[in-house]
Design a binder for this molecule. Structure first.
Ligand code: AHR
Length: 496
């Protein structure tokens, strides 16, 4: 145990609100993410409610998912919403050209998806087709969903079983329009965004929050051009960043059975989110110093090689304690930037990339990443607290990363919420926290998530291998909290 990690938290100087929407999820029509993972159909032997599996609904509801992005991703830019309404057995069969060239039978369409959002008690975030659609098609979808008066489209919605207009706020206009969404140039996309946004109307009191397609990683020029030319018409612009263990798209690295080299390089690459958010935000500051336009980090997470024996187009991977720590450290970064970042969506909810749950037939397990999202619910809609951290470096083969990452926040009732990650692969770390500006007397809800190895995972034979336990290794003396945090772990606690 070493004792050189200290933090000062100024609890009487609350900063930006940490929007709960930073903790959003993403479920694309991709592999078994939707079909099999969420939707099994009403006639399935797997217990379900209106076609959606009960075990997954329960797990997601408990996670307090604030918003769910759908139907893509790349899929969104080839989706026509009209394929997904009306009697299910009459819907067309399309080809999911991005993800495995499999049949898309459109069994989950607008009504089913909106039912899913009700079942897990979340807000929809719809990604509209700009790449292969038309402004009219998109405008019709908005009218169909949100107009509560008398029109042919609103009446069609009623005929299809939904009397009341739905409330839809988050509305994406294009996805990765520089890539799978149409391979556009920034000037061209900026014009298209202006055009589409013009026809994205607010009906019947519904107010759309229009999100433009931003870039991935460090292409800051795209952000600058799109915001300069179309910023007045948008509420947010997105940023995507995927963490590849090796950094190489041709050979991304494994999701299981790895050692400290892959553990370290994945964590180090994950931390680059700070640089990307900072730089995109700086570019936005040039045109929007008031921070009206927010950053929607609406795709992020660990992307590894697919599991052996699976369809490579299905993006199926395991999920380890390593990935859980990429989640906790990324969420710390997004929280820290919550003055600009108000939306986040990890990719993707079920069975795809860094998922919350994995399913196999009728079995389901919660991944280590699930538990991190569960811990971090304490920060939803709280105020970020200033946190000055002096942390030791974790050195591996001549490279360094900080060994500690943390978020402190304050709830309306004055509770201080703290999440702390020890990234070190093998050393327990002692961390002292001097919490100023409040009177403290007790700690509650202290929990720990760790693994017995850097690649510890949950399997259907051992689904609770990586799961939360009580955390007791702390002392609170006045306003001084001392934590002894095991290697490769994340803790949460609430202090009153
Ligand atoms: O999440 C998988 C894919 O990654 C999404 O469809 C796309 O937007 C991104 O390239």
């Amino acid at each position: 145990v070493t004792a050189q990690n200290s933090m000062v938290i100024t609890a009487d100087q609350p900063q930006s609100t940490i929007s709960e929407h930073i903790y959003g999820q993403f479920s694309e029509h991709l592999g078994t993410g939707m079909y099999g993972g969420l939707w099994v159909g009403e006639d399935s032997e797997i217990p379900n409610t209106d076609g959606f599996r009960n075990d997954v609904i329960k797990a997601l509801k408990e996670l307090q998912v604030p918003n769910l992005r759908w139907p893509g991703g790349c899929f969104a830019d080839e989706y026509n919403w009209r394929d997904g309404i009306g009697p299910r057995d009459e819907r067309p069969v399309r080809i999911n050209t991005h993800w495995g060239m499999v049949e898309e039978k459109n069994q989950v369409g607008t009504h089913e998806f909106m039912r899913l959002t009700e079942l897990i008690d979340t807000e929809p975030y719809i990604s509209a087709n700009v790449g292969s659609g038309t402004p009219r098609e998109m405008a019709n979808w908005i009218e169909y969903m949100t107009f509560d008066g008398n029109s042919t489209l609103a009446n069609l919605r009623r005929e299809n079983g939904q009397e009341e207009a739905w409330e839809v706020k988050f509305w994406g206009i294009g996805n990765e329009s520089w890539g799978c969404g149409g391979n556009m140039q920034p000037d061209y996309y900026a014009d298209l965004f202006r055009r589409y946004a013009t026809f994205a109307k607010d009906y019947s009191g519904n107010e759309l929050y229009k999100i433009a397609s931003g870039f991935s990683n460090e292409n800051y020029g795209w952000t600058e051009t799109v915001v300069e030319e179309a910023g007045a018409h948008m509420d947010a612009i997105s940023l995507h960043y995927y963490t590849l263990p090796t950094g190489d798209w041709g050979n991304k690295g494994p999701s299981k059975d790895f050692g400290e080299d892959m553990y370290f390089s994945t964590l180090k690459r994950g931390l680059r989110m700070d640089e990307f958010v900072t730089q995109h935000s700086n570019r936005l500051d040039k045109f929007d110093p008031e921070k009206r336009i927010t950053l929607a980090v609406d795709e992020w997470g660990v992307w590894t090689d697919p599991l052996e024996g699976t369809n490579p187009g299905f993006l199926q991977q395991q999920n380890s304690i390593r990935d859980a720590l990429v989640a906790s450290t990324t969420l710390d970064i997004l929280n820290k930037h919550s003055d600009r970042v108000r939306i986040g969506n990890i990719a993707q909810t079920v069975n795809v990339l860094q998922a919350m749950v994995l399913t196999d037939g009728e079995q389901m397990l919660k991944t280590p990443t699930y538990h991190v999202f569960d811990f971090y619910t304490v920060h939803h809609n709280t105020k970020l607290l200033p946190l000055h951290l002096d942390a030791e470096q974790y050195e591996y083969e001549g490279e360094n990363i900080p060994s500690i990452s943390a978020t402190a926040s304050k709830s309306d009732d004055g509770t201080v919420n703290l999440t702390v990650t020890n990234l070190h692969a093998s050393e327990t770390k002692e961390v002292t926290a001097d919490i100023r500006g409040v009177d403290l007397s007790s700690v509650s809800n202290a929990r720990l998530l760790t693994g017995d190895a850097v690649d510890a995972i949950n399997t259907f034979d051992n689904p609770d291998n990586v799961s939360p336990t009580d955390f007791n290794d702390y002392t609170l003396d006045g306003n001084n909290l001392t934590l002894r945090i095991p290697s490769k772990s994340v803790i949460v606690l609430r202090i009153n």
